[in-house]
Design a protein around this ligand. Structure first.
Ligand SMILES: Nc1ncnc2c1ncn2[C@@H]1O[C@H](COP(=O)(O)OP(=O)(O)OP(=O)(O)O)[C@@H](O)[C@H]1O
Ligand SMILES: [Mg+2]
Length: 443
């Protein structure tokens, strides 16, 4: 037979525990019998101090408390229970003499939920206890639900912030990517034909030089007008300088072609799945794009970039997104170096130059690579380090920083590539960011 206990019928937990505190043993016995017969678990104590200890050790669901007791009386006991974080939520019901109105009021004032008068009426005692246990149970359920809802809402908020970040990142990337790809494309065509024609031009010039040589061999004494022209244009120097001119033009064009290739590598449209890419090409193309910020100025020499690249295979990744991480970390390093230059003269900076070290290594397990980007700029306090990956956290003035760079970087490394992004820094000593990435994607 499916038998339901009295407690189940009332929707109360089977192990509901009631602590009864009274210095009169007879009272304890009466209440103990009534409650255990009903199905409650009951603990008893005959003084206030012990009751508090007992309540702390094993939290009861309800306390029945006698008012008049030697030592700690009921009021004092109740007050201490209410002051203690662990026990303050346990409902307390006072047991008072029927005529004692003052005690009833005082008890309710110091936090008791109800009172029961002596001598006890079984029905009344049970009715009040049931009501307060049910109330307590409902409150607990409600608190649990509120906590669950709050957690769910916080999760939704976090998801929302992350998708906002993703949107910003995609927008930033696609706007920048499109611009860069467009510029690279526009440069590429004219540079392409200068490069092609320079080849022909150098052959033509060589032919012409040969022809002039031939003329000079066969007609060593031309008419005076030609001799004057040869002297005026300094033909000898011109002929010796022309090859240099052509080769420096070739060199210049080659540099523009490299820049244009870097721009295209950097802005390479990301496919929707990861592909195997050379990380070092990504870093180099990012440095090329930031070149204008590294160049020497009136106030400081060039920022030195020290590359220390290890040998490892291509990485399965979204290279466009990783380039954005390198871009954010390098831009931050340059900002930190600029900040450290404030108040230092050119000579002082030259003696202790601005440096960014970019080091890549294969991690011991051979499944991961480490990329360290280390600057000797202003560094960060422990307090700032705690917050740098937070959405919108910035220490830069309005207009100079949005506080998105590192949270985007963290998201790309951790969520998109199952990697880690860590920082080591000390105020005045510089900062080091360490990216750890798996060589082969897990997903
Ligand atoms: N290399 C670094 N050296 C010192 N402080 C740094 C460095 N990198 C980041 N920080 C600190 O972390 C903060 C957050 O960096 P984050 O890149 O997220 O935002 P931001 O650079 O301020 O703005 P932006 O959105 O333009 O990147 C910076 O404001 C700065 O205080
Ligand atoms: Mg930044």
């Amino acid at each position: 037979m499916n038998y339901k206990s009295s407690l189940q019928i009332l929707n109360l937990p089977e192990d509901s525990l009631i602590l009864v505190v009274d210095d009169t043993t007879t009272n304890l016995e009466i209440v103990f019998n009534i409650l255990t017969n009903f199905g409650f678990k009951v603990a008893t104590e005959n003084d206030g101090a012990r009751a508090i200890k007992q309540a702390e050790n094993r939290l009861p669901d309800l306390i029945l408390l006698d008012v008049m007791m030697p030592g700690l009386d009921g009021f004092e006991t109740c007050q201490r229970l209410k002051e203690n974080l662990a026990t303050c939520d346990i409902p307390v019901i006072f047991m008072t003499a029927n005529s004692d109105t003052d005690s009833k009021v005082k008890g309710l004032n110091i936090g008791a939920v109800d009172y029961i008068t002596k001598p006890f009426h079984e029905e009344e005692l049970l009715a009040r206890i049931k009501t307060h246990l049910q109330l307590r149970n409902l409150t607990k359920t409600l608190e649990k639900r509120v906590a669950e809802r709050t957690a769910a809402l916080s999760r939704v908020l976090k998801d929302l912030q992350e998708s906002q970040l993703q949107l910003v990142q995609t927008e930033k990337m696609s706007a920048l990517g499109q611009l860069v790809a467009g510029v690279a494309h526009e440069i590429n065509n004219p540079v392409g034909f200068i490069h092609g024609n320079l080849g022909h031009a150098s052959v033509y010039f060589q032919d012409m030089i040969n022809l002039i040589d031939l003329y000079q061999q066969h007609y060593p004494n031309p008419v005076p007008e030609i001799q004057e022209e040869i002297a005026a244009i300094d033909l000898k120097y011109m002929l010796s300088d022309l090859p240099n001119l052509i080769s420096s033009m070739k060199e210049g064009v080659q540099r523009i072609r490299n820049i244009s290739t870097s721009l295209r590598t950097f802005s390479r449209a990301d496919s929707d799945r990861k592909v195997y890419c050379n990380i070092h090409d990504g870093i180099d193309s990012t440095i090329m794009i930031l070149k204008h910020r590294l160049k020497a100025s009136e106030d400081r020499p060039e920022i030195q970039i020290i590359r220390d690249y290890d040998n490892f295979p291509d990485l399965e990744c979204f290279i466009g997104q990783l380039n954005q991480v390198f871009m954010n970390l390098l831009a931050n390093a340059i900002d930190a170096l600029e900040e450290s230059n404030i108040g230092r003269t050119y000579i002082e900076i030259e003696a202790n130059p601005n440096q960014i070290l970019i080091q890549t290594t294969l991690a011991e397990n051979n499944n991961h690579i480490l990329i360290r980007i280390k600057d000797n700029g202003v560094g960060m306090s422990a307090d700032v380090q705690q917050k740098i990956f937070e959405y919108l956290f910035t220490t830069k003035p309005v207009g100079q920083g949005t506080g998105l760079g590192l949270s985007i970087a963290r998201q790309i490394v951790v969520e998109k590539h199952e990697g880690t992004l860590e920082v080591n820094s000390a105020l005045g000593k510089g900062s080091e960011f360490i990216i750890k990435l798996p060589i082969t994607s897990l997903y």
